[in-house]
Design a protein around this ligand. Structure first.
Ligand code: SAH
Length: 432
């Protein structure tokens, strides 16, 4: 079985993937994104086929909303109810089970400003070097200048200002680049050095608190996606900006985001990450194993590990959705394409820009060129022995944590009635 390249929970500083991106940067990524690569089984892949990415692909079964309503995480089942904010003040209780290097939760606003700017710097590097990500935005903007001509743009979470610079170069009338971190100071300097001070106004502050000098904008652009699409994401900030400033026929870039699920064989890594705790230098540390099981692992999955089809769980229309739509329950049906074992489910997302001349976007799936989002691995309690054609059915519920909306609670129900193995179970996961 092919091995994954890296295994840190928070991959921003992992050398393994760095090398990979550097190799790939040599080749000029002229066409945007990684959509030329097959994203998943053709029948379930949406992007790159048709402009229409709609909910009909979701194979809805039971009423999503009913299940979502009944989904309340029970702390007696899943342990403590700490959020990432709590962990900041009680760092020992944050297990960081999966060999965390630098936890993203440190980016929470309670952190000291020195650390804040350091992490922002690190993360900016990682994001800018993510060629799939950055080049897709660049191509969307440069190849669709008609969208930007004489338009007022709002860049939500501008970071270094890179997206604002793209928009200015594409002919935008004015760009407001809003950034709450110290990176805003850098962005100001970058804008100036590159001669765009008259077109781009960098504003330091939270989108939710800033006073824009204009009442309306024509375009909102943002790179808001988190791990598992929704972990520590800025979606609510984008929706806030949309509702406050976007003109009636204005556009949001990107405007579609979809979450997918597949199943993998992962014996070696499950052994290393989970079963490891059964006997550590001869001692039973299986209480930590329980925590490790509940913490989704952000990691690169080799496509050869994939055992089933890829199921579309949910498509979100950023131009229309309500904040509550990011919490949902979606059914899944995973059909084995070969005889194998299943150790984990794997989630990933894609985003697309449907207002472009030619549908553009990128996928973070295991069959596409790697991005810094990697994939999200959710280990199963059971090892499923599955035969070709057999099916695992279930549902995934995704909910914002009530205490800290940047944390994500996940519930997976699955049942499998195979020739060699029968199992039915509910598992809970927390991303924090
Ligand atoms: N647009 C840049 C950076 C994207 S990362 C790029 O594509 O490279 C998201 C940025 O949003 C981070 O720099 C973060 O500090 C900023 N951010 C997060 N929440 C914000 C908010 N509520 N208001 C303003 N900026 C925010």
């Amino acid at each position: 079985m092919a091995r994954r390249e890296s295994h840190s929970h928070h991959p921003h500083h992992h050398q393994g993937t760095h090398t990979r991106f550097e190799d790939e940067q040599i080749e000029e990524a002229t066409e945007s994104s990684n959509l030329e690569d097959p994203m998943c089984d053709a029948d379930e892949s949406t992007i790159g086929q048709d402009k229409a990415i709609d909910d009909t692909m979701c194979e809805p079964g039971e009423s999503d909303k009913d299940i979502a309503r009944s989904f309340e995480l029970d702390d007696s089942v899943i342990g403590s109810d700490k959020t990432s904010a709590d962990y900041y003040f009680d760092s020992y209780s944050h297990f960081g089970i999966h060999e965390v290097s630098v936890p993203l939760w440190m980016l929470s606003f309670s952190i000291t400003s020195v650390m804040h700017s350091f992490y922002n710097y690190m993360i900016s590097v990682e994001m800018l070097k993510d060629v799939v990500r950055t080049k897709t935005y660049q191509n969307v903007i440069y190849k669709n200048k008609f969208l930007f001509k004489n338009k007022v743009v709002l860049d939500v979470g501008a970071g270094t200002g890179i997206l604002s610079l793209f928009c200015a170069k594409a002919g935008a009338k004015h760009v407001y680049a809003v950034e709450c971190s110290h990176m805003a100071d850098m962005a100001k300097e970058i804008v100036e050095v590159n001669g765009f001070s008259d077109v781009i106004t960098v504003m330091k502050g939270k989108v939710e608190e800033i006073v824009l000098p204009v009442a309306q904008v024509d375009i909102i652009i943002s790179e808001w996606m988190g791990y598992f699409l929704l972990f520590e994401n800025m979606l609510n900030t984008v929706l806030y900006a949309r509702d406050k400033w976007l003109v009636n026929d204005g556009i949001v870039l990107p405007d579609k985001a979809s979450l997918y699920l597949t199943a993998i064989e992962d014996a070696e890594y499950k052994e290393d990450k989970i079963e490891f705790w059964n006997s550590v230098y001869g001692f039973d540390m299986s209480c930590i194993k329980k925590q490790a099981m509940m913490e989704p692992l952000v990691d690169t999955v080799d496509q050869n590990q994939i055992v089933t089809n890829c199921q579309l769980l949910k498509t979100m229309d950023i131009s229309k959705m309500a904040p509550g739509d990011a919490s949902f329950t979606a059914p899944f049906k995973l059909v084995a394409s070969r005889d194998d074992y299943i150790h984990a489910l794997v989630a990933y997302f894609d985003v697309s820009f449907t207002k472009c001349h030619k549908l553009t976007g990128f996928s973070t799936g295991p069959r596409s060129r790697a991005t810094h989002w990697k994939q999200t691995v959710l280990y199963l309690e059971d090892v499923l022995t599955i035969c070709e054609g057999e099916t695992v059915v279930g549902s995934m519920t995704v909910a914002q944590n009530k205490k800290n909306p940047r944390d994500v609670d996940i519930m997976i129900k699955y049942s499998f009635n195979g020739q060699r193995c029968q199992v039915s179970r509910t598992q809970y996961y927390k991303m924090r």
